[in-house]
Design a protein around this ligand. Structure first.
Ligand code: ZN
Length: 334
């Protein structure tokens, strides 16, 4: 009998032990030291890679923008000066706060897993960067203001991820605890045409395209010779948080990228709903949320819904194009 038990344990050890040793590369036809191949479309959430179907440059990639670094990106020899916007703490990001008690305990004990991040993240804040290019955005946001955002979306549709999505980026005040953020490269919305005339030229057919002023140093985008045409020909007007504004539309490449990114985020973080704040007419709400409304909201929202002084992403931003596109990507029919 004892011999049979020993035999049983021996068989179990042979069958189960390799499984207990974790993922064996040999099991998948890989050998130690083989590189993990990437497609160049991956974003990172709690250390895991997820496809988006759109070009993504991560903070760890050549040409990426690294929000973890304490030094400046564009003038690396200079440490951040201790200005009010950049206090003694050199970090530009932090740990998500006001977490459910059990999530906080587990995160404190062993760091973030995707499960914990999924319980917390349910908002995606859309900004325009008022800088015109993602390179200039990172210089001003990270180097000069001591702030951060998870994604930057350049005029050619390239997505830059600067931090793991588990981090609390500093981009939208009270929404930072629960949200992800994207800064879309765009010079912005204004009361008159002065800045728009400075940043846009028109082609032979009168169609506006991005043409940054000569003084801009950070004008390089990843796609050579890229021409950033506005998705709509006419300037778009609208009132946001009490301000009458005019703005050219974003580029089609930015919309396509944002649709794929939004669909991916909805799949990774199921509590982040594919919808935007709506007014009585069913169109986008153009007024800031109250504190209670912001607390109750899960889904996409603009910086304008978080802070009364903000107007981004502006009247030209096509919320339906993004949300309906993302729903189609996810196979939703409503
Ligand atoms: Zn903003």
């Amino acid at each position: 009998m004892a011999g049979n038990v020993r035999l049983l344990f021996a068989v179990l050890a042979i069958v189960i032990a390799p499984g207990l040793c974790g993922c064996s590369p040999a099991r998948y036809g890989q050998r130690p030291g083989d590189p993990l191949l990437r497609c160049g479309d991956e974003i990172v959430a709690a250390g895991q890679f997820f496809h988006t179907g759109n070009p993504v440059v991560l903070w760890m990639d050549p040409g990426g923008y690294d929000a973890y670094r304490c030094r400046r990106h564009f003038e690396p020899e200079l440490i951040m000066p201790h200005t009010p916007a950049a206090p003694l703490d050199p970090n530009r990001y932090g740990t998500r706060r006001n977490l459910p008690k059990d999530v906080e305990d587990r995160v404190t004990d062993r760091g973030w897993s995707l499960d914990e991040a999924r319980r917390v993240v349910d908002q995606f804040v859309i900004h325009y960067d008022a800088c015109g290019t993602s390179a200039r955005c990172f210089k001003i946001l990270h180097d000069m203001r001591g702030l951060s955002v998870h994604f930057m979306l350049d005029i050619d549709g390239t997505i830059y991820q600067t931090l793991d999505l588990k981090e609390r980026a500093w981009h939208a005040g009270t929404a930072n605890d629960r949200s992800l953020g994207v800064e879309i490269a765009h010079i912005g919305a204004y009361r008159d045409m002065k800045t728009l005339d400075e940043w846009y030229a028109k082609d032979l057919f009168g169609w506006p395209y991005v043409s940054p002023p000569k003084w801009l140093k950070e004008r390089k985008v990843r796609t050579p010779w890229f021409v950033g045409r506005a998705a709509r020909k006419e300037v778009v007007t609208g009132n946001i948080n009490g301000q009458d504004l005019m703005q050219y539309d974003f580029t089609c490449q930015q919309y396509d990228a944002l649709i794929k990114l939004t669909a991916a985020l909805n799949r990774i973080f199921p509590r982040l709903r594919l919808d935007y704040p709506r007014g009585d007419d069913g169109g986008v709400r153009t007024q800031v949320f109250t504190e209670q409304e912001l607390a109750a909201w899960s889904g996409l929202l603009g910086h304008l819904h978080v802070t009364k002084e903000k107007v981004d992403p502006g009247p030209a931003f096509d919320w339906d194009r993004v949300v309906e596109g993302a729903r189609r990507e996810r196979g939703m029919t409503w």
